[in-house]
Design a protein around this ligand. Structure first.
Ligand code: P6P
Length: 339
């Protein structure tokens, strides 16, 4: 995406994919603008992190019982404030907060946002990539007296946009809406996010797999056999790339063709629902993947067909290009209909 080439911005994409009588167009523009601004802010703070002393632990635990990094709190406060000021978001569900936050709205077509404000934040202290993940839903009702948790659970089937920011060598914004996935790059000087205007699709015949192989002993035998096969008997064999941040691993796999797996685990010590969260990690990645010619499952069912029972529900995740996800399902004995 060179400066000399014609480009579009996220604003242009939303305008292209919505119509003038679309009551949600204004809200989508405001929510996307908030995501863009949060990306500029976090990208700037993360670059200076070690110099600002904000790369370490905040010495508190979040609702997930995980150690909170100082930047997790910065991410939470940054995006929550921007969504609040947009006055286009009815409620925000965040990995960093037990309950969804109810916000004041002006817009006729307000939206719901589920987010992981800073995914993979333990990478910050070692200067490795991190990201922010967003799922945007059409609320099932505008009644502000409805319990917000119930609102998210009832609106989960109405995801209309998903996005992630990747803070790495450069800052990428990936936006998926109306059947297309687009990649934008932040120009840190102008603050503009530039995209080619061409929807992105996973390349076929990818050879990358991303997973934490330390947990293979806890997996069901079919997955252990698959993981052995892809390194030994598969033609061509696959290569392992794993950065420890879902957004970074997913983004490399989106560009090069690769499958990401965080499976369920067995036994007393095993995490039977895996580690990742359904509403603000698996759903948005599945939506982005689907709109880029890919698919996502929990190892057996399409992610986007799973109705959440609780807002911080965890789910196993297999996501990537359709050919690699289908191969995974064929080899592990779970015939898969991509959703
Ligand atoms: P592990 C980060 O904590 C995260 O939620 C994802 O971003 C990442 O892919 C995964 O967990 C890493 O988990 O168990 O390999 O450290």
């Amino acid at each position: 995406m060179r400066f000399s080439e014609p480009f579009i911005t996220p604003f242009d994409l939303i305008m292209q994919k919505t119509s003038r009588n679309d009551s949600e167009r204004q809200s989508l523009l405001l929510v996307t603008g908030a995501i863009e601004q949060g990306g500029r802010t976090l990208s700037s703070v993360l670059r200076k992190g070690p110099l600002l002393g904000v790369t370490g632990s905040a010495r508190v635990q979040n609702v997930q019982g995980e150690e909170v990094q100082e930047m997790d709190q910065v991410g939470q406060e940054t995006f929550l404030s921007l969504f609040r000021r947009s006055r286009a978001v009815l409620s925000v569900l965040s990995e960093e907060a037990e309950k969804p936050e109810i916000l004041e709205v002006d817009q006729t077509g307000p939206l719901l946002v589920a987010m992981d404000p800073l995914d993979g934040s333990s990478n910050i202290s070692v200067n490795a990539p991190v990201g922010s993940i967003f799922a945007v839903f059409r609320p099932s009702t505008l009644d502000q007296n409805v319990d917000p948790e119930k609102l998210f659970l009832e609106s989960a089937s109405s995801m209309i946009l998903s996005a992630y920011l990747l803070y790495s060598v450069s800052t990428s914004l990936v936006l998926s809406i109306e059947g297309e996935t687009h990649i934008f790059t932040l120009d840190p000087d102008s603050g503009e996010y530039r995209g080619t205007g061409q929807a992105w699709r996973f390349p076929e015949n990818g050879k990358i797999y991303s997973t934490n192989e330390a947990y293979v002993p806890l997996w069901e035998s079919a997955l252990q056999e698959y993981t052995s096969w892809i390194k030994t008997h598969r033609k061509p064999p696959m290569t392992l790339r794993y950065i420890g941040a879902l957004v970074a691993d997913f983004h490399r796999n989106l560009l090069k063709g690769g499958i990401y797996m965080y499976p369920a685990e067995t036994g007393e010590k095993g995490r039977s629902a895996g580690k990742l969260r359904l509403l603000y990690e698996a759903y948005p990645m599945a939506f982005i993947a689907k709109n880029a010619g890919g698919s996502a499952s929990d190892g057996k069912r399409p992610i986007l067909s799973i109705s959440p029972h609780t807002i911080h529900q965890r789910v196993p995740l297999v996501v990537g290009p359709a050919d690699l996800v289908s191969e995974f399902h064929d080899r592990t004995g779970n015939p898969f209909r991509s959703s």
